[in-house]
Design a protein around this ligand. Structure first.
Ligand code: HEC
Length: 312
């Protein structure tokens, strides 16, 4: 690999400054490339984490609204729903959770967030599963051990991430309103009719709770951060390159040029030249001391030559 060797150890064919520039440019570009590739993986993983966290949080928040409704609101409103009066849907967890989610979705920054309780045979027609949701529900029915489904879903707003959980008729109490119309409160029949949301069985999976959270925007933000990081790396490495070049000049090149100039001078008039760099304790000092010794031997040889010429 002579090219790599040349890159790291210089070619000796150009000024040191250029050799260093080539070496630095090679190493720094390679480092930037590798860093960006690794950061792309890291940022991608972080973006996924963020999307998953948001989906989990949103789902938990909606489940909490459900729980609040069934524990705190339902006991107060349930008696009102018993008769043939106005049905208060606020007593129904599914209604309250979807209403809260709807309010949230109304805010521009949460447009891509949604929470639905979709059923194949719903009480409220708004909750009728569309073809995508029907597929999700059927997958849960086919495989009862499946507790969660997630993935990408394209919507008019762009690609979103969805997480779905099965809704099971877990309690006998559900069947009061969801088995046969004659068991349901009269007010419910007045409000929703007697066709939808009945005939559910205990332990049957009747629907799915499905949340969506933004995905495309998160990945776009990730790409922006990656680009910014790349730009910062290029700038930082550029600064390192310039500084290294200046340091090389001050530390090595300038003293070497000085010593070389003095050595030229010493080859003609050794007595007038002073290698004061010999005081230095680094390699430049070493070089200067060598030249100083050579200068002195040269001076002695010249003197001897002169003496001999004088005698002759
Ligand atoms: C007091 C009657 C009542 C009880 C008890 C009840 N529900 Fe409902 N349920 C309703 C009504 C009414 C709706 C429609 C609410 C709306 O307009 O959003 C509904 C809606 C739903 C939905 C959304 C899909 C649809 O049918 O519109 C699901 C899922 C659901 N209920 C599941 C359950 C489960 C599970 C239980 C037992 C834990 C339960 N329900 C207990 C009356 C009831």
């Amino acid at each position: 690999m002579p090219a790599v060797k040349k890159l790291f150890f210089g070619s000796g064919q150009r000024p040191l400054r250029q050799q260093l520039a080539i070496t630095l440019a090679g190493i720094l570009s390679l480092s930037i490339l590798i860093s960006i590739l690794l950061l792309n993986i890291l940022f991608g993983w972080q973006a996924r984490q963020l999307i998953d966290q948001r989906a989990a949080f949103f789902m938990d928040a909606m489940l909490s609204v459900r729980e609040y409704t069934s524990k705190k609101v339902n006991p107060i409103l349930a008696p009102l729903n018993q008769g043939a009066g106005l049905f208060r849907p606020e007593a129904v967890p599914s209604y309250s959770a979807q209403t809260v989610a709807g309010l949230l979705k109304g805010k521009p920054e949460f447009r891509e967030y949604s929470y639905r309780e979709a059923a194949i045979n719903p009480t409220n027609l708004r909750d009728k599963a569309d073809s995508f949701e029907t597929g999700v529900i059927e997958a849960f029915r086919r495989n009862p051990s499946l507790k969660i489904q997630s993935g990408e879903k394209s919507t008019p707003l762009g690609t979103v991430h969805y997480v779905a959980q099965p809704i099971k008729v877990g309690k006998e109490s559900c069947l009061v309103c969801h088995s046969t119309p004659d068991r349901a409160p009269a007010s419910q029949l007045l409000a929703y009719g007697d066709t939808g949301g009945f005939g559910w069985k205990l332990n049957e999976i009747v629907g799915t709770q499905i949340v969506t959270v933004p995905q495309a925007a998160v990945f776009m933000a990730k790409d922006r951060s990656l680009l910014l990081t790349a730009a910062l790396l290029v700038v930082a490495f550029g600064v390192v390159g310039v500084v290294m070049n200046a340091v090389l000049d001050r530390l090595i090149l300038r003293p070497m040029r000085d010593i070389s100039r003095k050595a030229d001078e010493a080859s003609v008039t050794p007595a007038t030249v002073n290698f004061e760099e010999r005081e230095r304790r680094d390699e430049i000092g070493l070089l200067a001391r060598s030249f100083e010794r050579m200068k002195q031997s040269l001076a002695i040889s010249m003197q001897m030559l002169k003496d001999r010429q004088g005698k002759a």
